[in-house]
Design a binder for this molecule. Structure first.
Ligand SMILES: [Fe+2]
Ligand SMILES: [Fe+2]
Length: 495
């Protein structure tokens, strides 16, 4: 694959890789579209049509027509989700997650609103899909999947061979109300909501949307007295059910698809997490270092518009690879330094292997892939300066290639990985040499970051020089506040 593109220009390479990425996405997802189309069509026919009648020669055209229409909208969903972010390396995972929640929500919507359960079209918890996709993926995907689900629900009722039994005006009104409500939630939604805040929002917005239900009921029925109260109650009931199912679905799907949503990140940042507890007891120096890096990285991520929860979480786990041999890292040593008995080459391999072991341990612990990557990338391909210099002193000719004394990489591939690299480097350096003045702090941070730039450590991630300038300033402010000197009250009293 690499051989046939190496002679192309950068733009041509990008285009070719983009086409290949899309081709792979299409091949891996089209089967899901076909399966979902079949499941949705058969289920709708079973629940709200005359099942046997739907497969008679007289209804063959109608049944094929609804199947093809459903297929086309599912295809639109598949292409739309990809189109929002063509570089999303989790595009296939995100599509399958959306598809499974989509089909399950469709089943619940049709079942609950059918005459077998409530016989009220307003009992359509479409919000299950909207809220789960909103929480686990993003706003755009949530709005698109909600719109497609609404359309497919209308198609299912409209093409039923018992369509005459359903008041289509009511169906459309119900779908509009039940889609608008979660879309409003999307606009109020803020990242870093707790589960409770999210639940309260998802229960409050349908209440605010009730006037819409009343207006729609007035516009779509003649027997107002019989329908109004029913519609109002079932609309709210459907949305309350959606909020509860949403909680269960998020807990299940974030685990199955290993997604780092904010609920999961806050659980991972809990210091009673087994891996963090192990780090605290087996490598206390590394644990404390990680906590400080977490505070600094969180502030940096907020400052440049990245996810601060992800930054904190990644910082907590970035050095878990040191658990393999904690004593080989200076922050965990007291009187004994095992490197005194080793040649520099062995010391370097012991130290650099913590990124690889960290990646393995993170995968074994099923940490989100973003954190796994940061465990591997946070030192990039930088040299282990201390041991390189030690090796140089042992060399008689004073000439030594640096390659064997560097981390294996890869370099940071994301802005968050770059943030962790900077916060990690600066925290470690300041810990070993605490500057006295603000100016010294600034100079030291500038020097450490500029050294990484000189070593081309940020060449493979989309971070800009503007971002780096903001990060330097934020690191400076947060480290200065963490390491501020305490007031000597005894001295004050003595004075
Ligand atoms: Fe590290
Ligand atoms: Fe570190």
């Amino acid at each position: 694959m690499i051989d046939d593109i190496k002679d192309l220009s950068t733009i041509e390479k990008e285009k070719l890789l983009a086409r290949r990425r899309f081709g792979a996405y299409f091949v891996k997802c089209i089967g899901g579209v076909l399966i979902a189309t079949a499941a949705i069509t058969l289920f709708a026919i079973f629940m709200i049509s005359d099942f046997n009648g739907a497969f008679t020669p007289a209804r063959a055209t109608a049944t094929s027509g609804r199947t093809v229409t459903t297929f086309l909208f599912m295809l639109l969903l598949m292409l739309g989700l990809y189109g929002f972010d063509t570089k999303n390396r989790h595009a296939v995972r995100d599509f399958w997650l959306t598809l499974i929640v989509f089909v399950l929500t469709f089943f619940i919507v049709i079942t609950l609103s059918s005459e077998k359960i409530t016989n009220n079209r307003y009992a359509m918890p479409i919000a299950i899909l909207s809220l789960v996709v909103l929480q686990l993926l993003d706003v755009k995907s949530s709005v698109l999947s909600t719109a497609v689900l609404g359309i497919i629900v209308v198609i299912s009722f409209h093409f039923s061979n018992r369509a005459a039994d359903y008041n289509m005006a009511r169906v459309i009104s119900a779908v509009i109300c039940n889609s608008v409500s979660p879309i409003i939630i999307c606009f109020f939604y803020k990242k870093h909501f707790t589960r409770l805040k999210f639940l309260l929002l998802s229960l409050l917005v349908p209440l605010l949307a009730e006037p819409l239900v009343i207006m729609m009921t007035l516009a779509s029925t003649t027997s107002i007295a019989a329908n109004l109260l029913n519609n109002v109650l079932w609309f709210y009931g459907g949305n309350a059910i959606a909020s509860l199912i949403f909680m269960a679905f998020v807990a299940i799907f974030e685990g199955i698809f290993n997604i780092a949503d904010d609920f999961r990140l806050s659980e991972l940042c809990n210091l009673s997490n087994p891996l963090l507890k192990r780090l605290a007891s087996e490598a206390p120096g590394t644990f404390n270092h990680s906590l400080v890096v977490g505070t600094v990285a969180e502030a940096c991520a907020s400052a440049i518009g990245e996810n601060p929860n992800m930054a904190r979480c990644a910082a907590y786990y970035h050095d878990i690879g040191k658990l393999k041999a904690p004593l080989y890292f200076s922050e965990n040593q007291s009187n004994y330094n095992p490197h005194d008995e080793l040649i520099p080459e062995v010391s370097v391999s012991m130290i650099t292997s913590h990124t690889l072991f960290g990646e393995i341990l993170a995968k074994q612990s099923r940490l989100p892939s973003e954190i796994v990557d940061i465990c591997r990338q946070h030192h990039g391909t930088a040299p282990v300066g201390y041991f390189y210099r030690k090796a140089l002193t042992l060399k008689e000719d004073g000439d030594l290639a640096v390659d064997k004394y560097t981390y294996a990489g890869p370099k940071p591939q994301s802005k968050l990985a770059a943030i962790i690299m900077i916060a990690d480097t600066v925290e470690a350096a300041i810990r070993s040499y605490m500057p006295d003045t603000r100016e010294e702090y600034e100079n030291r941070i500038n020097m450490l970051v500029d050294e990484k730039i000189k070593l081309k450590q940020f060449d493979e991630c989309p971070i800009t020089l503007g971002d780096i300038a903001i990060i330097k300033k934020t690191v400076m402010e947060s480290l200065a506040s963490i390491n501020h000197s305490r007031i000597d009250y005894d001295k004050k009293r003595r004075a």
